[in-house]
Design a protein. Structure first.
Length: 214
């Protein structure tokens, strides 16, 4: 069953605190972005500043050029999953293995220009593959629905891998994404910019769980 996972892009501790408070009544799995300002053109809170409520399932999306500089602290945080980019400046295969050896699920993110067949080894090793359809470091972008073709290509490499999507998820495309094979819909602006984040989240959950009309 597919899942809506709110995305947090915290630039300050106050922003992180406010978002956690707003999401705590309804969210139990969240997606937190970190950025080094190099791989993505934005500076977000570092891993040393992150926290979240006890009991939450947290996926950390590391938009960083050199994962080796961040992994020790990320692993100490004990999130549920750490997602690294296939396009990082380092070979991420040993990093994926290090994450899994620490008892944490490992994910690999693919930018729009990255073809799954070019990173088969990382996909085979990963627990999760995230199709990145947006613009690095920005909420509320437009989903590139042509990227859905990657679901089939990823499944050819590893049939049982969890598929995530990041970029432009909203009420208009969420159902189509789930029907296209996406398991985890990381949702930023459609929730964060809503008048009521809780209502927006619930509407998205209802949308992806609706029955198709024959």
């Amino acid at each position: 069953m597919s899942m809506i996972v709110p995305t947090i892009m915290p630039e300050t501790l106050d922003a992180l605190r406010a978002t956690l408070q707003a999401y705590q009544p309804f969210a139990r799995r969240i997606h937190i972005d970190i950025s080094d300002g190099e791989f993505a053109p934005v500076f977000l809170l570092s891993e040393s500043q992150l926290y979240w409520p006890e009991g939450w399932e947290v996926d950390i999306h590391a938009m960083v050029a050199r994962p080796s500089e961040h992994l020790p602290q990320l692993i100490q945080l004990k999130p549920s999953m750490i997602i690294l980019h296939a396009e990082a400046q380092e070979n991420i295969l040993p990093h994926i293995r290090t994450i899994k050896e620490a008892g944490i699920r490992a994910g690999v993110a693919l930018l729009k220009t990255t073809v799954p067949s070019s990173v088969e080894a990382a996909i085979r090793e990963a627990d999760h593959v995230m199709i990145f359809s947006g613009d690095l470091g920005h909420n509320g972008g437009t989903a590139s629905m042509m990227q859905l073709e990657k679901v089939r290509l990823i499944k050819k490499v590893k049939q049982d891998v969890e598929i995530g999507w990041d970029g432009g998820v909203n009420i208009e495309n969420a159902y189509t994404l789930t029907q296209g094979g996406v398991d985890i819909l990381n949702t930023g602006g459609a929730i964060a910019q809503a008048e009521s984040p809780a209502n927006a989240y619930q509407a998205l959950v209802k949308e992806i769980n609706k029955r198709g009309v024959i």
